[in-house]
Ligand binder design. Structure first.
Ligand code: SF4
Length: 351
C-alpha cells in the first residue's frame, strides 16, 4: 500500500491511478494483466488510491483491471446494449420509461468498471455541445408526465458541491417532479467524498441514492462510515449489484454482501443480469444461473436482504424482474421474455 495516500477526496481524484506503472505501486500484476496494459485497452481505465487499496481481493481486481477478454466482442453484444441513444431526448437526457428520465450529468467516474453499460461514453468527452443543462431542464419542465429523475452518468457525486446544489435545486423547482435519485459508486470507490457539506445538500433536496456495490470486499471501514453518515442525514439508500461471473455469482458471496449492506442501512434493490455490452462475455452468467441464485436467497435469508433479480431488456424495454424459469424461454442463443408492456425482448445468452 502506497504510504502517501490522503483522505481528501480531491487528492484521491487528482492522484487517480491511470497507468500500469502507477497501479504497480499498489499491487503486483499477473503476466496476463501486464500484457493487457501493453496491448489495446478499449475501455477507460482509472482507479482511486482508496479502491486500489482493496485490490488484494481477487473479486474486486477482476472488475477494474483490464484484461485481453474485453477486446472480444461476444454474440449479440453492443456498444449501447440498452438502446439509450434511440431514446436521447436532449444532449443530457434519456427518456425511455413513461414517467422517469435518466439525466446524464457527467461522463466522469473516479474509478471505471470493466463491465460498464455506458463504457461507450464514460471517461470520454460527449460527442456534442454540453455547455449547459438548460435544454434538459426545459424538456423536463414541458413534459409534465415525468415524475422521477435519475441523475447518473458517469458518477454525479464526483461533481463539486456547488454544481450539484444548483443542479438539484433546478430539478426540485420543477413542480411535477416527485422523486430525485442519484446513481453513484462514490461511497465505494471514493468514500472521502461523503462529507457533512455534501450530506446537507442531499438532505436539502430530498435525494435518494442508488449505490453500486458488487462484493462484500467493498465494505471497507471508510465505506461503512460514509454510508452511516448518509443514513444519519436521513438519505435513503438502495443498492444495485451487477451479477458477475467469478466475482459474485455464488450464494454465499451474495448473502455476505446483502447482509453487509443492510447493516449500513442500504437496502439491496436490484441484482442485475450483466448487460450485453461489448467485451463483457467473460463477466456474464447465464440467465438460468441468475434464477438459481435468486431462488437460493428467497425464503432462506431475511426478505429485506433479497433484491429483485432483473434483466434490463436490451434495446430499451426497461427492467424486467425475473422470479422463475417459467417467465423465460430459450431460442437458440437468446433468452426471450416479456417486459412490463407485454412486449417481447431477447437477451443474448449463448450456452
Ligand atoms: S461507476 Fe457506474 S458509470 Fe462509472 S464506470 Fe462504473 S458502472 Fe460505469
Amino acid at each position: 500500500m502506497n504510504s502517501k495516500v490522503s483522505n481528501d477526496w480531491k487528492w484521491q481524484i487528482a492522484n487517480r491511478i491511470s497507468t500500469r506503472e502507477q497501479l504497480e505501486e499498489y499491487i503486483e500484476l499477473t503476466d496476463d494483466e501486464r500484457a493487457a496494459f501493453d496491448g489495446d485497452i478499449p475501455l477507460s481505465f482509472a482507479v482511486t488510491p482508496h479502491y486500489a487499496s482493496l485490490l488484494t481481493s481477487d473479486a474486486l481486481r477482476k472488475t477494474v483491471i483490464p484484461t485481453d477478454h474485453e477486446n472480444n466482442i461476444g454474440t449479440g453484444e453492443l456498444a449501447d446494449p440498452l438502446g439509450e441513444e434511440d431514446h436521447r431526448a436532449t444532449p443530457h437526457l434519456i427518456h425511455t420509461y413513461p414517467d422517469k428520465v435518466l439525466f446524464l450529468a457527467t461522463t466522469f467516474c473516479s474509478t471505471y468498471c470493466r463491465y460498464c453499460t455506458r463504457s461507450r461514453m464514460v471517461g470520454k468527452p460527449l460527442p456534442f455541445d454540453v455547455s449547459t443543462f438548460d435544454e434538459t431542464f426545459q424538456y423536463i419542465e414541458e413534459h409534465k408526465e415525468i415524475r422521477d429523475v435519475l441523475i447518473s452518468g458517469g458518477d454525479p457525486l464526483t461533481m463539486t458541491d456547488s454544481v450539484l446544489d444548483e443542479l438539484l435545486s433546478r430539478v426540485r423547482n420543477i413542480p411535477h417532479i416527485r422523486m430525485v435519485r442519484i446513481g453513484s459508486k462514490v461511497p465505494v470507490v471514493l468514500p472521502q467524498r461523503i462529507t457533512a457539506e455534501l450530506c446537507s445538500i442531499l438532505r436539502k433536496h430530498r435525494v435518494w441514492l442508488s449505490l453500486h456495490f458488487i462484493h462484500e470486499a467493498e465494505l471497507s471501514p471508510e465505506t461503512k462510515a460514509a454510508c452511516r453518515m448518509l443514513s444519519d442525514y436521513g438519505i435513503g439508500m438502495v443498492s444495485q449489484t451487477v451479477l458477475l461471473k467469478g466475482v459474485n455469482d455464488d450464494t454465499q458471496s451474495l448473502i455476505d454482501l446483502f447482509y453487509g449492506l443492510l447493516e449500513i442501512n442500504v437496502k439491496p434493490y436490484y441484482l442485475l443480469q450483466c448487460d450485453p455490452v461489448q467485451g463483457s462475455e467473460h463477466f456474464r452468467t447465464t440467465v438460468e444461473k441468475g434464477i438459481e441464485l435468486i431462488q437460493s436467497l428467497h425464503g432462506h435469508i431475511s426478505g429485506l436482504a433479497v433484491p429483485q433479480y432483473v434483466i434490463d431488456a436490451p434495446g430499451g424495454g426497461g427492467k424486467v424482474p425475473i422470479i422463475g424459469k417459467e417467465q423465460i424461454r430459450r431460442e437458440g442463443d437468446d433468452v426471450v421474455f416479456l417486459n412490463y408492456l407485454g412486449k417481447e425482448y431477447r437477451y443474448p445468452d449463448p450456452l
